[in-house]
Design a protein. Structure first.
Length: 399
């Protein structure tokens, strides 16, 4: 009979170093050598004393890790004289723990830990890799890493969203405009876009998605894709009602059920000229304020939303949907998202519509750039150190 020699690998050989992704449990695990259950208490206490970062030690018995002992428990025992005289094994002082896989997602673990309120919250974890003991971690390290990664992702998303709104797409024109997008923490559903067609006519649009945070920002990303596609297509300027119908149909396809977008759309000719008008369609956005000179007097008016939000139903849009603002020398138009009127001061007082109109009655004399400076100062003065709960978007168009 032929003899076959099997070259078996020794399971006790040290494993090669394993690289973990920053969202894997192994990346926040301390690879600690287990201590034997019968190890002297004084020696184990010395391990904790010599390492301030050591929060727990794995305990081994009968060839396997049976749990962990904590820093506080061991140091408390070692401080008592009689405890040092006893030979009680360490496995009688084990702290409650759970086991985790080193390759598991940190975010998933944290979500499961805090998602089930019926189970007690476990603080310590023994981590395994490919079925073998790997190390020890705790809830503080897991939560800290999850929060760190979330902040990184939000920061990147915020940069993308700000970049999409910051770029200037309009040609040189006699129109003056200034916009403010004052972001709250992270990302959100406020969005601003502009377009210019070959004939020089322009579109300026402010959008506010019903969802907040990441869900809202995903919708703004979809909107950014829509406008990027329009820019690449070129072609003549569409009729305002037709263009807004296209945006509505796009959002009806892209939005999840129940989500909608309030918006205000401004259509400007290439240059302001006598007899012309800014065409406005307001889909549930905030009021549009405008000032115009008539017979040596300045008249201020407000245009309330006249159309339903975008993305819910098919809209019958036409010339009847458009509000024209005739422009004369000195015409000035303003619009704000609800983040402006909902702004709170440290006492919990809301800024409100009345204060906004009062501010406009004083600030309308300024040109677009100066108005923006005045607005930012007004926000800082009112808000002081209170948190900003929502984005603030503001736009002014002037001749």
């Amino acid at each position: 009979m032929e003899i076959v020699n099997w070259d078996l690998l020794d399971n006790e050989e040290p494993q090669e170093a394993v690289a973990f992704g920053e969202n894997q449990v192994g990346s926040v695990t301390m690879a600690l050598e287990p201590v034997q259950a019968g190890s002297p208490l004084s020696w184990v206490a010395e391990q904790f004393t010599n390492n301030a970062d050591l929060f727990a030690l794995p305990v081994e018995k009968d060839g396997g890790v049976v749990g962990v002992v904590t820093r506080s428990r061991i140091l408390d025992r070692s401080s008592k004289f009689l405890e040092n005289l006893t030979s009680r094994p360490l496995d009688q002082d084990l702290h409650p723990h759970r086991t985790l896989d080193a390759r598991e997602s940190v975010d998933k673990v944290v979500s499961e830990l805090f998602g089930d309120e019926t189970k007690p919250l476990v603080e310590l974890f023994v981590v395994y890799l490919d079925g073998r003991y790997y190390g020890v971690t705790d809830i503080r390290r897991l939560v800290s890493r999850s929060a760190q990664l979330r902040d990184q992702d939000l920061g990147k998303a915020k940069d993308v969203q700000e970049g999409a709104m910051a770029r200037n797409w309009l040609p040189a024109t006699k129109w003056e405009r200034s916009k403010l997008v004052r972001m709250a923490y992270g990302v959100g559903g406020d969005f601003y876009q502009e377009l210019a067609w070959p004939d020089g006519s322009c579109f300026l649009g402010c959008f506010d998605v019903s969802g907040k945070g990441i869900s809202g920002s995903l919708v703004t990303s979809a909107l950014g894709g829509f406008f990027a596609a329009v820019r690449t297509q070129g072609g003549p300027a569409p009729a305002p009602a037709h263009f807004c119908s296209q945006i509505n149909e796009f959002l009806r396809e892209a939005l999840p059920l129940g989500t909608f977008v309030t918006a205000v759309a401004f259509f400007l000719p290439a240059q302001p000229a006598a007899g012309g008008a800014i065409k406005v369609l307001n889909f549930g956005y905030g009021p549009v304020y405008y000032y115009a000179r008539k017979e040596n007097k300045v008249v201020g008016k407000g245009l309330k939303p006249n159309l339903p939000p975008l993305g819910l139903d098919k809209l019958d849009l036409g010339d009847h949907s458009i509000f024209p603002i005739p422009f004369e020398p000195g015409t000035k138009v303003y619009v704000f998202s609800d983040g402006m009127t909902d702004l709170m001061n440290p006492s919990g007082k809301r800024f409100g519509e009345e204060a906004l109109r009062e501010f406009l009655s004083k600030a309308y004399k300024h040109n677009a750039a100066e108005f923006l400076n005045q607005l930012e100062e007004q926000i800082r003065t009112f808000q002081e150190d209170a948190p900003q709960a929502d984005y603030i978007t503001a736009l002014t168009i002037q001749t």
